[in-house]
Design a protein around this ligand. Structure first.
Ligand code: SAM
Length: 254
């Protein structure tokens, strides 16, 4: 599967067997990748029952679990050689606000070998480049719609925060790397559609109509900008690989 971040994780894993894999914040993308690996089976967790139903059954080789990492009973006693936390940290705000500082500690008993955390660096503050201005305007409009519609926005964290959080939670860092992003023109529509979904819940209907018009205008302008500039080069994703301290480096020996 062609994906820079998953390719890098495969590179870090090298010849080590994947063993049993936990997809600690699942979705179509991470699950399709995990299914393409030579694992000894997998368990995938989502906090969203609709997402769980959508993914369940389509993947007979693994187990889909709907639950919340705030629940201490979730996967109690289960250990995995490899744990993937793919864009989980940023999404925690939507499912367990303020739990971010405890997330890695909560996952630790389940990590037999390696934890691979993947995430997006916050857009703010960011460089005032033309592409940066476009991406941040899209994100602000999307988040304004989410908030006015009564939803909760994702909250992203920088790589240094993640490193420190992991170290404080009993892990040693094996690798930490940032990857510059170049969004394609399809990013514009995807993000603005997220905002659109919240407009029916905005109480002030005049404001909702104004937001819909603004979304239309933004879609046209930003798509044209992205097409003319070969995408939107802005922001960074990060990967931090870490293993629990005081345990063997060999995931197969857990
Ligand atoms: C942005 S999605 C992850 C993207 C996914 N890896 C993919 O490939 O599309 C975040 C996932 O983390 C889950 N999640 C967020 N907070 C959670 C929590 N506190 N407990 C359990 N799952 C949570 C969400 O339900 C969702 O499945």
């Amino acid at each position: 599967m062609a994906d820079t971040l998953f390719d890098f994780i495969e590179h870090l894993q090298g010849e080590q067997p994947w063993g049993r894999v936990l997809d600690a914040g699942t979705g179509s993308h991470s699950l399709a990748w995990i299914e393409s690996l030579a694992t000894d089976g997998w368990v995938a967790v989502t906090g969203d029952p609709r997402e769980g139903r959508r993914l369940e059954g389509r993947h007979p080789d693994g187990r889909m679990v709907v639950g919340n990492w705030t629940d201490e009973a979730l996967l109690a006693g289960e250990r995995f050689e490899t744990v993937i936390a793919d864009y989980l940290l940023g999404a925690v705000e939507g499912f367990a606000p303020s739990f971010q500082t405890r997330l890695f500690e909560r996952l630790r008993p389940h990590v037999g070998g390696m934890l691979y955390a993947v995430g997006l660096a916050p857009y703010e503050p960011g460089p005032e480049t033309p592409a940066g201005r476009v991406v941040r305007r899209i994100a602000r409009l999307r988040d304004a719609c989410i908030l006015l519609g009564g939803g909760r926005c994702y909250r992203e964290y920088p790589i240094d925060w993640v490193r420190h959080a992991l170290e404080r939670s009993g892990y040693e860092i094996v690798e930490a790397r940032s990857f510059p992003i170049r969004y394609g023109a399809d990013f514009v529509g995807q993000q603005l559609r997220v905002g659109m979904r919240y407009l029916p819940s905005v109480e002030n209907r005049g404001l909702a109509r104004a937001l819909a018009r603004e979304i239309g205008r933004m879609r046209r302008e930003a798509t044209a900008f992205a097409r003319a500039n070969g995408g939107l080069a802005f922001g960074e994703d990060w990967i931090v690989a870490a293993r629990p301290t005081g345990r063997s480096a060999d995931p197969t020996s857990s």
